[in-house]
Design a protein around this ligand. Sequence first.
Ligand code: NDP
Length: 283
Amino acid sequence: MATIINGKETAGKKRLEIAAEVKSLKARGVTPGLAVILVGNDPASRTYVNNKEKDCSECGIVSEEYALPEDAKESEVLELIDRLNAAEHINGILVQLPVPKHISEEKVLRRISPRKDVDAFHPENVGKIMLGDYDFLPCTPSGVMDLLDEYGIRVEGKSCVVVGRSNIVGKPQAMLLLHRNGTVTICHSRTKNLAEVTKGADILIVAIGKADFIKADMVKDGAVVIDVGMNRRPDGKLTGDVDFAKVSEKASFITPVPGGVGPMTRLTLLKNTIKAARLQKGI
Ligand code: NDP
């Protein structure tokens, strides 16, 4: 039976460390500030934004919310970003995705100053991650690495398989594993014989968005299984991409959903906001 990797507990513990760091920054006259831009009324986005603001207030980080209506013009969003880029008291800027269809996500993300880009989505920061010389890491892949570290799971020399190749999870996740000297394979919807590939993984990270997709016969005995997926069941309950009940009988370590990667994603945002404050204030 696998050890359950408890992301909720780990994130809670690390939030206390962050709160202590914020306190010491405040003693030096610096209060980290995060601006969160939300366009439209998507209920899931509203929940994510509320959670992020709650995390900030728990740690002493000031968060400012900018809620714009669904029909806000692209130019309004870009002008708001310009103002926040110039605002002294704002160290990090986050635009909650997705934005409504009439607004270009690409334009919006490129407009955020790379120095305030706490989601690490700006092409400049993406490029720096590729080079292994970065200020900010994207929230979910960095949270996964923190969980591996917390549980003493070493990556070097291991066969690592990432299922999913999105710009926000799969690709940067693969890069972070590579930086730690893992031997990395990335799979996607066109991968042939997926189960053959996943069965070779010492560390299997799944981010596809399909409930219970990874079955026990796709996993090697003793593998470490990290489930990034977040899917809603018809009864409203949250579930991952991995068949947790069966796979946990085979794996050595496994993350649950909820309570695994999700809380760690939120944690990285706090870390990045503090990092941004330090960089901007030269501390
Ligand atoms: P995307 O939809 O952007 O990407 C999904 C990826 O999965 C694509 O690369 C796609 O391949 C691949 N894929 C889809 N179906 C299959 C399949 N049958 N076999 C192999 N690969 C497949 O999703 P995201 O990366 O944004 O998110 C993935 C999941 O993670 C979602 O459930 C999301 O909610 C969750 N998530 C969770 C977070 C957390 O904090 N826990 C944070 C971010 C996301 P292709 O490229 O070929 O289309």
